[in-house]
Design a protein around this ligand. Structure first.
Ligand code: SF4
Ligand code: SF4
Length: 204
């Protein structure tokens, strides 16, 4: 199977589910944990999210997106084993982060890692994310769907992003200020009001 950015998650997991649980990869570094994965991990460990982050995770950024990494037990070395590795097995087996399920050591490992970065970190709406991805592509091939021209088909926009003429992510101030929600609520009210009006007059 050819892995592309659009490959469904289910297919990626199926392709890589022959992990032998040897613990090798977990002995030389932790893994990324997506923000959306922290709830179920915290629940599994019977912790609240803040305690999970404080005790077991560290905050990091990847392609300008906030994420977490599992802490490592390093004994002052620059690498070490993941804090969740118990002997050879993972204490989070039932709720393992997606990063640990994509078979990095498998024959598909290179491509599945690209798929993971592209689907969970690289953000075409964020110029800084694209610039960081562009730097990576200078020394690394990627999968179909992950090239710069596929991510940003507008050549002029891509040029401006790479030359820092577009610096920041376009911000939807309506959403930031909460005005967007208010507008949607007003529209919803208006719709209901109109439909009641029609109903009363037998127009429906
Ligand atoms: S992903 Fe590979 S290296 Fe890591 S535990 Fe599984 S078989 Fe071992
Ligand atoms: S969370 Fe589990 S599978 Fe992932 S790196 Fe840590 S020990 Fe390994």
């Amino acid at each position: 199977m050819k892995i592309t950015k659009e490959s469904p998650k289910k297919n990626i997991i199926e392709l890589t589910e022959n992990c032998k649980r040897c613990g090798h990869c977990c002995s030389y570094g932790g893994c990324y944990v997506l923000d959306e994965e922290t709830d179920r991990i915290a629940e599994f460990l019977k912790l609240d999210k803040d305690s999970l982050k404080e005790k077991y995770l560290e905050e990091t950024y990847l392609f300008n997106k906030k994420a977490y990494k599992t802490q490592i037990i390093s004994n002052d070395l620059p690498y070490g084993k993941c804090i969740f590795l118990n002997e050879k097995d993972c204490l989070l087996q039932e709720v393992k982060p997606l990063h640990c399920k994509i078979g990095i050591c498998s024959e598909h490992g290179n491509d599945t890692l690209e798929w993971y970065f592209l689907n969970y970190f690289v953000d075409p709406d964020d110029p800084e994310s694209i610039r960081q991805w562009a730097l990576r592509l200078e020394h690394k091939d990627t999968i179909p769907g992950g090239s710069l021209k596929e991510l940003i088909p507008d050549k002029e926009r891509l040029k401006k992003i790479l030359s820092y003429e577009i610096v920041k992510k376009d911000i939807d101030w309506d959403e930031v200020t909460g005005l967007g929600k208010l507008k949607r609520e007003i529209l919803e009210e208006e719709k209901k009001r109109k439909s009641k009006w029609k109903e009363k007059r037998g127009f429906t």
